[in-house]
Design a protein around this ligand. Structure first.
Ligand SMILES: Nc1ncnc2c1ncn2[C@@H]1O[C@H](COP(=O)(O)OP(=O)(O)O)[C@@H](O)[C@H]1O
Ligand SMILES: O=C(O)C1=C[C@@H](OP(=O)(O)O)[C@@H](O)[C@H](O)C1
Ligand SMILES: [Mg+2]
Length: 171
């Protein structure tokens, strides 16, 4: 299978970036995060791109970054939470090992509610998160080859559960 060893998807704040790094360490492979690629390429934060140019411009930048990373990277790849909104991206994920990290709304508010770096949750995070999940849950499920619940688990415990669910052995 070409492409990343594992692609991580799931909503904002579920721990894709945190667990992605831990998984890479445990498996002895490299880690890449498409949000980091976008910030490096654009020379500005994700929040700045949203404020300056709006969500649709961000999505176009994101789509290009995700497609590039899927073609280039062979380690652990974490996507931004909305990357799966793009049908072309979902098509590229078919045939990949894709882990969907999930959580319920209370856990989401705990992790992201006060974090202004995520512009989509800046106002009324609980309601916004529910609406985002109504629109996206089926897309995460569509692309996933494994679903890992993160509620009440530490990042290390989630990493362990992911290694089990993905049937991956450590280096
Ligand atoms: N399993 C976990 N339990 C508690 N907090 C977590 C867990 N995983 C991540 N976090 C925290 O939640 C926030 C969002 O994590 P992050 O890895 O950036 O998520 P994502 O990349 O999915 O948006 C960070 O402050 C991180 O430290
Ligand atoms: O879910 C989303 O639409 C977004 C998720 C964010 O990434 P994380 O999922 O890593 O927080 C980031 O790409 C942007 O703020 C939009
Ligand atoms: Mg992230």
């Amino acid at each position: 299978m070409s492409g990343p060893l594992v692609v991580l998807v799931g909503p904002m704040g579920v721990g894709k970036s945190t667990v992605g790094q831990l998984l890479a360490d445990r498996l002895g492979v490299s880690y890449r995060d498409t949000d980091d690629d976008i910030v490096a390429e654009q020379g500005r934060t994700i929040a700045e791109i949203f404020v300056d140019e709006g969500e649709s411009v961000f999505r176009a930048i994101e789509k290009a970054a995700v497609h590039r990373a899927l073609a280039e990277h062979d380690g652990i790849l974490a996507l931004g939470g909305g990357a799966i909104l793009d049908a072309g991206t979902r098509a590229l994920l078919a045939g990949q090992r894709v882990a969907y990290l999930s959580m319920d709304v209370e856990e989401a508010v705990k992790r992201t509610g006060l974090n202004a770096a995520r512009p989509l949750l800046a106002v009324n995070p609980r309601k916004q998160w529910r609406e985002l999940m109504e629109a996206r849950r089926h897309l995460y499920e569509e692309v996933a080859t494994a679903v890992i619940a993160t509620d009440g688990r530490t990042p290390e415990e989630v990493t362990e559960a992911a290694l089990d669910a993905l049937e991956l052995k450590e280096a």
